[in-house]
Design a protein around this ligand. Structure first.
Ligand code: JCQ
Length: 244
């Protein structure tokens, strides 16, 4: 997969040189290219923003600079363009999986009050353009949101997660634990400062362990994510669970 990122703070993406993503880049699974938006601003101050039409606080990123930058990066190709913004569609595990199947992604990092809307309109005529939110809060720019999405997407690429980990069992991945959050996890020692590991996990009885894990995941989902618990089909909260 090829990933292009356009930002006025390319140094934000140094973390993509380490850990899972860094190794995927070394292996050639991921081809990440970060671009400095100001390289396409031609005035002496390399200006990328201006005051908003219609008035109001803050600044808006200029369409001309973005247009030249995206034209250069895209050429005659057709990457899927992602613009992180609080007003975008929610980023979910499902969307992460969908994006992990794309051969080429282009991330546009907005700052200030955002990017002139005509930029998204212009590229929507020839590319798939998605405005995507990683949550209901406002960041200073899209860079951190891109780091979140690249990590969530990257770990789904074949060969990125070692066999010690598996994205298949993720909370939100398809399967019997889908839409449930993870339950508690434990490792050695069996007793730590008087806290015992739940005995079922030491029993070696895989059926009981699976049932216990599912029950714990349901309990935690009901407690921490009632809006997800309400979506669970009735079969999930069978008679035993109804007492939760
Ligand atoms: C492109 O326009 C804007 C405007 C304002 C901030 C940002 C940065 O993104 C976020 O703040 C965000 C993304 N998901 N949740 C929050 C982009």
């Amino acid at each position: 997969m090829r990933l292009d990122i356009i930002s006025i703070f390319p140094e934000y993406f140094a973390p993509l040189d380490v850990s899972l993503i860094g190794k995927a880049r070394e292996r050639g699974t991921l081809d990440v290219r970060v671009h400095q938006l100001r390289d396409w601003a031609h005035d002496v101050h390399k200006t990328v923003d201006d005051t908003p039409y219609g008035g109001g606080p803050g600044m808006v990123m200029k369409p001309e600079v973005w247009g030249e930058a995206i034209d250069t990066v895209v050429g005659d190709g057709s990457p899927r363009m992602i613009v992180p913004t609080p007003s975008g569609r929610p980023f979910t595990q499902e969307l992460a999986q969908e994006l992990a199947d794309e051969p080429w992604l282009l991330f546009a990092c907005g700052r200030y009050e955002g990017i002139d809307s005509r930029v998204m309109d212009e590229y929507a005529t020839r590319l798939r353009v998605d405005e995507v939110s990683i949550g209901d809060y406002v960041l200073a720019g899209g860079e951190v949101a891109v780091l979140v999405m690249v990590e969530a997407i990257g770990r789904l690429l074949p060969g990125v997660l070692g066999n010690a980990q598996s994205a298949v069992d993720d909370s939100f991945a398809p399967g019997s634990m889908q839409n449930l959050v993870e339950g508690p996890v434990y490792t050695k020692p069996p007793v730590w400062r008087g806290h015992e590991v739940p005995p079922v996990l030491l029993s070696g009885h895989h059926g009981n362990v699976a049932r216990w894990r599912r029950d714990q995941a349901i309990r935690r989902t009901v407690r921490n994510r009632p809006e997800l618990a309400r979506e669970l089909d009735p079969g999930t909260l069978d008679k035993h669970d109804r007492k939760l």
